[in-house]
Structures are given as structure tokens and as C-alpha cells.
Design a protein around this ligand. Structure first.
Ligand code: GUN
Length: 288
């Protein structure tokens, strides 16, 4: 097993698979299209949206990006979603989070038609995932499953310890890994967990998705564990032009000495999230 799990290379492989799917859809007269909505001026969100637009172009899909003012009202955003829900040329809709505080994110999420909810955040898709029915699986968990698959490791009966219980990553991933074909024994740790290393030290797979830079250190993991780092934390760094460096939730240097395989930050989970979004848009277009 390669020690560094190269998310950039695996994401490129996924994108080339999606490109082929897009060609087949084009031959049927379908041009897969994703509407991306960005509200306000959050710099990190603007960077994510730009990466999504670039990836859409690269796989030959159409993007319709809406950049809305910070003071956009709930009604105006819901009206736009109504229009996009009713537009047959739009196959997927993504509202970039976090939204400004005056907007009700859950209502916005559930306003998107489930069959266009390529983020997999709609309550109907979340329920389908629990019940093992076909649904849109959130892109980061989907990307992590693909990374694990690419390592070639046998996961059945293994202990997967996930740190972080977010609706977008930790919780859906804990459910997926407990299901077939993954068949893991899962522990889901979070901010109220006592003695975190008690759980991580017995895990064959450690997945850190808690948004705390460098939380997981080498002494907390078992020899030859597989370590997946979902964190993308901006840490002040005067030596960088931007004034910050990107750090994962794992202390890479110490963890890499113990792990059998580990994802870097950047270049691990991040590119996979975007590649799996392309996968979900192709799926939405194929279903339509
Ligand atoms: N903000 C951070 N990650 C995501 C994501 O995967 N989807 C959306 N819609 N917003 C995000």
C-alpha cells in the first residue's frame, strides 16, 4: 500500500470516468448542468465555488453560478430555488454553505427537489441513506469511501473511528461504513467524547473530521492504521503571502510515521469532494 493516499490523482481518475459519462449523456441529447448559488462574501466559500466551476468545465458540464448579495432575503433565495427546481435544463442545485446567519439553512436545503439535491443534504436523501435506498450520498463521505476503496484494504470487521458528528461528513460516514459492503465496526467520537485516544488507539481506520487543526497526533493511532484527514483549517502563518497556511485535523508529520496510509492536506480529501460532486451531477442528469 502506498503510504500517501494521493487524493489529487484519484480525483482525476474519477473526473475522467465522469467525462466519459458526460459524453454518453450528450449522445442522448442531455447536457448535465449544475446551478451553484453563493450568497455573501465569505472568502473560503468563494474559493470552493471557483473550484467547483473549474471542475464542471473540465468534465464538460454546464455551470450556472449565481452570486447573490449578503443581504439576500429568505424569500428571494426560495424563489430562485423554485425557478431552478422547475427548470428541466438544470439537473443539480447546490447552495454553498455556510449561509449568512439571517437565512434558515435547513429550510433552504429542504426546498431543493430531492432529485436535484446533489449535495445529499435534503432530509429525504438523508433518510434514504439510513435505510440503504438509492440516494444522493454527500460528496465528502462518498469521496472518502472511494479513497478507502482505492487503497485496496479489506474493511469488513475493521474498527473505524470517526471524529466529528457533522450532518455533512461524520454522521453519514458513520452510517455508511457500518453498512455493506464496508461492514466496519464504527465508533463516532465528538466534542463531548472523554479520552479520545482510548478509541483512536484501537482503530484500524481513523477519520478526523472535527475542524481542529492537528488534534490527532501519531501517539494516538495504532501502528499501520489508515488515517483520513478531512480537516481544512486556516492557521495564521506570516511566512505565507495569504497570511495563513492550510492544516488538517491530523498532525501529518507524527501520524505518517505510524500509519500504513494517510491523506495529506491539501491534496487528500478536498479534491475528492469536488470530484464526487461531478459524479452526483452526472447521476442526477442520467436519472432525469
Ligand atoms: N460548504 C462546505 N462544504 C460544502 C459542501 O460540500 N456543500 C455545500 N453546499 N456547501 C459546503
Amino acid at each position: 500500500m502506498e503510504k500517501i493516499i494521493d487524493g489529487k490523482a484519484i480525483a482525476e481518475k474519477v473526473r475522467s470516468e465522469v467525462k466519459e459519462q458526460v459524453k454518453s449523456l450528450n449522445a442522448l441529447g442531455i447536457n448535465p448542468c449544475l446551478a451553484v448559488i453563493l450568497v455573501g462574501n465569505d472568502p473560503a466559500s468563494a474559493v470552493y465555488v471557483a473550484s467547483k466551476t473549474k471542475a464542471l468545465q473540465e468534465v464538460g458540464m454546464t455551470d450556472r453560478t449565481f452570486k447573490l448579495a449578503e443581504d439576500t432575503t429568505q424569500q428571494a433565495l426560495e424563489d430562485l430555488l423554485d425557478d431552478l427546481n422547475g427548470d428541466d435544463s438544470v439537473h443539480g442545485i447546490l447552495v454553498q454553505f455556510p449561509l449568512p446567519a439571517h437565512l434558515d439553512s435547513q429550510r433552504i436545503t429542504d426546498k431543493i427537489l430531492p432529485q436535484k439535491d446533489v449535495d445529499g443534504f435534503h432530509i429525504q436523501n438523508a433518510g434514504a441513506l439510513v435505510c440503504e435506498k438509492d440516494s444522493f450520498i454527500p460528496c465528502t463521505p462518498l469521496g472518502i469511501l472511494r479513497l478507502l476503496q482505492e487503497t485496496g484494504m479489506e474493511t469488513a470487521g475493521k474498527h473505524a473511528c470517526i471524529i466529528g458528528r457533522s450532518h455533512f461528513v461524520g454522521r453519514p460516514l458513520s452510517i455508511l461504513l457500518s453498512q455493506k459492503p464496508w461492514d466496519c465496526t464504527v465508533t463516532l467520537c465528538h466534542s463531548a467524547t472523554k479520552n479520545l485516544s482510548f478509541f483512536t488507539k484501537t482503530a484500524d481506520i481513523v477519520i478526523a473530521a472535527c475542524g481542529r487543526a492537528g488534534l490527532v497526533t501519531g501517539d494516538m493511532i495504532k501502528t499501520d492504521a489508515v488515517v483520513i484527514d478531512v480537516g481544512i483549517n486556516r492557521v495564521p502563518d506570516a511566512s505565507k503571502k495569504s497570511g495563513y497556511a492550510l492544516k488538517g485535523d491530523v498532525d501529518f508529520e507524527s501520524a505518517a510515521k505510524v500509519a500504513s496510509a494517510i491523506t495529506p492536506v491539501p491534496g487528500g480529501v478536498g479534491p475528492m469532494t469536488i470530484a464526487m460532486l461531478m459524479f452526483n451531477v452526472a447521476k442526477a442528469a442520467g436519472r432525469g
